[in-house]
Design a protein around this ligand. Structure first.
Ligand code: DQA
Length: 145
């Protein structure tokens, strides 16, 4: 099983950006944690981060025929990007939306999520554990059927 984990803008700044909201774990440590977890579970994982909307669209499109599922934290593009939603709908892969912070308990503009319409599940406010929970969800779903 291959799972792609996609992070959008500013998630490369984890550990530096607003640590009270996003925690002190760096993006590099997050990647290592995800790789270790995937190894433990016996799944292949590929990680991608970009600050550019079109690059995120390209990577989602590239996942067709290569990934069995996608974990995505589109960062601020969650709240703005119809292009990322359309790419997700186009590839039609099992997808889980992850947010480190609880987007529903923050500013009103963070309550809107375009990507949610293409996702089987949303995990929000569980910190970086949300990524491994999302991987578990995709593995569980695959094992069920
Ligand atoms: C985020 C929440 C978004 O509102 C924000 O723009 C981010 C990170 C999160 O993981 O909590 O960049 O997706």
């Amino acid at each position: 099983m291959n799972i792609r984990v996609i992070n959008g803008p500013n998630l490369n700044m984890l550990g530096i950006r607003e640590p009270d909201i996003y925690g002190k774990t760096t993006y590099a440590s997050l990647c290592q944690m995800i790789k270790d977890y995937a190894d433990e579970k016996g799944v292949d994982v590929e990680l991608f981060q970009s600050n550019h909307e079109g690059d995120l669209v390209d990577y989602i499109q590239d996942s067709l025929g290569k990934a069995d599922g996608i974990v995505i934290n589109p960062g601020a593009y969650t709240h703005t990007s119809i292009a990322i939603l359309d790419a997700a709908k186009a590839v039609n892969l099992p997808m889980v939306e992850v947010h480190i912070s609880d987007v529903d308990e923050r500013e009103p503009f963070r309550k809107t999520s375009y990507i949610r319409a293409a996702c089987l599940k949303t995990i929000s406010g569980h910190g970086i554990s949300g990524y491994t929970e999302a991987i578990d969800f995709l593995i569980g779903r695959k094992n069920e059927g």
